[in-house]
Design a protein around this ligand. Structure first.
Ligand SMILES: NC(=O)c1ccc[n+]([C@@H]2O[C@H](COP(=O)([O-])OP(=O)(O)OC[C@H]3O[C@@H](n4cnc5c(N)ncnc54)[C@H](O)[C@@H]3O)[C@@H](O)[C@H]2O)c1
Length: 152
């Protein structure tokens, strides 16, 4: 399958590398350009046993790609995993701004059926929020065939 993992941190990079090892074609996307450039050079931003070998092997095999380009990544991927930060504030409230930013950017680039999977830690009800956000953005494109499918 063609998979997209948004956020190449502890969760996203490990997820993407493991999916690539299973034989899937994986794009790992991050907004941090330096991180993406480093990953393309084989520089892993943190230590996780076995991760470096996994990333290098699958990158060389052409199953693992790194990018900052939402348009290219979303157009090529059926399933989009969200693995962006959701930090808590001092009162324990979850900051969903990174998740919403990634959701909006995916929705703007959707050119067909996509499955969004949330791997970030979020409060109950966040999936509905993601769905509503995608639906609203597709609604801004009146003739878009995905609109009816999401609203049914
Ligand atoms: N680290 C863990 O062990 C762990 C375990 C369980 C759950 N989680 C949850 O998983 C999520 C990710 O955690 P992490 O530790 O991998 O975070 P991280 O900070 O290591 O990585 C997140 C990455 O997302 C990128 N990012 C931020 N906004 C983006 C956007 N709009 N588009 C693309 N990339 C974006 C950042 O540049 C960063 O590289 C969080 O919700 C966290 O609570 C983490």
């Amino acid at each position: 399958m063609n998979l997209l993992v948004v956020g190449t941190g502890y969760v996203g990079l490990v997820t993407g590398a493991c999916f690539a090892e299973m034989g899937h074609d994986v794009i790992c996307l991050d907004i941090d350009e330096k991180k993406v450039r480093d990953l393309e050079k084989g520089i892993i931003p943190f230590y996780e046993p076995g991760l470096e070998e996994l990333v290098l092997r699958n990158f060389k095999a052409g199953r693992l790609h790194f990018t900052t380009d939402y348009r290219q990544a979303v157009s090529q991927s059926l399933v989009c995993f969200l693995a962006v930060p959701t930090p808590s504030d001092e009162e324990g409230r979850c900051d969903l701004s990174y998740l919403m930013d990634a959701t909006r950017k995916i929705a703007y680039e959707m050119n067909g059926y996509r499955i969004l999977v949330n791997k970030s830690t979020v409060p109950v009800g966040s999936a509905k929020l993601v769905e509503k956000t995608v639906s609203a953005i597709l609604g801004e494109r009146p003739a878009h065939p995905l609109r009816r499918r999401l609203q049914s």
